[in-house]
Design a protein around this ligand. Structure first.
Ligand code: LER
Ligand code: MN
Length: 268
């Protein structure tokens, strides 16, 4: 399994990230610490210098397992389930742009996290699901070579698809081979009655893994049993990346150091 951490490109802002300041500097730190992959958080690939980004990554020989896309919802309000069809179309276009960008960085998986949106109290959940499925199918068919990985996110951040089993059900409805699941230990700790059992139940769907401890600090700083999680992932033959999406606490450099030390202790 690759040892990864999330780094934000200059156009994105997100609190649960160790590194979001100078991109070149962050990538150097990641490589120097011993990570061997880096997940990128990108708001809009059209607003970054792709050649420069690729050159920096190549300089440190860091592959990109996945691209996070939630900033487009957080900062611009784009979502697959917005009642306004124009906003839904813009969200779909943004994910297609991310899929094009993905080909520039070795066919990284494109994460569908908060860009699924949040359903307003008075809106129809069935209609939101229909819009979500339609948007997912349109993006999946746009380039069957790129994996879209959908992430169950806890109830305090969205009311759509909080746990692994409800996500599995909607993936079955989307019914495209390039749609898989991203599991995030922080969200699982809130939503899953038993994380290990849930992982086993969706094992064939998992294509990417986010780690953060129960307090969203680096793994090892809370009460999640990472040894058990890694052993389970090994048991099911998962060989993708383990990517830290953590708060920059107690400070950014230390959060990354704590993460790599924990990865090493876990034998990654
Ligand atoms: C994104 O990967 C995530 O885990 C969400 O909590 C974003 O807010
Ligand atoms: Mn996550």
């Amino acid at each position: 399994m690759k040892k990864s951490i999330v780094v934000s490109t200059p156009d994105a802002e997100f609190s649960a990230l160790a590194f979001k300041e100078d991109f070149k500097d962050s990538i150097k730190k990641v490589a120097d610490l011993g990570f061997n992959a880096v997940e990128l958080a990108v708001r809009d690939p059209k607003s970054i210098n792709i050649d420069e980004t690729k050159a920096i990554l190549a300089n440190y020989a860091l592959p990109v397992p996945a691209i996070g896309t939630g900033q487009a919802f957080g900062e611009e309000g784009l979502s697959f389930t917005d009642p306004d069809p124009d906003i839904r179309a813009q969200a779909v276009q943004r994910i297609k742009d991310q899929m094009d960008f993905s080909k520039e960085v070795g066919k990284a998986q494109v994460i569908i996290g908060l860009i699924r949106g949040i359903v307003e109290d008075d809106a129809d959940l069935d209609e939101a699901e229909e819009n979500f499925i339609k948007a997912m199918q349109e993006c999946a068919d746009y380039d069957p070579d790129i994996v879209l990985t959908v992430e169950p996110i806890n109830r305090y951040e969205t009311n759509l698809y909080n746990d692994l089993l409800s996500m599995k059900e909607v993936i079955d409805k989307i019914d495209r081979p390039n749609v898989k699941m991203l599991i995030d230990t922080f969200h699982m700790n809130i939503e899953e009655p038993d994380m290990i059992e849930s992982i086993l139940k969706v094992q064939d769907y998992i294509s990417h893994v986010h780690v953060a401890d129960s307090n969203r600090w680096a793994p090892g700083c809370g009460h999640i049993d990472f040894a058990k999680i890694i052993a389970t992932l090994e048991e099911i033959g998962y060989d993708g990346a383990i990517s830290a999406e953590i708060l920059p606490e107690p400070d950014p450099d230390e959060s990354a150091r704590l993460t790599i030390n924990c990865y090493k202790k876990l034998g990654l």
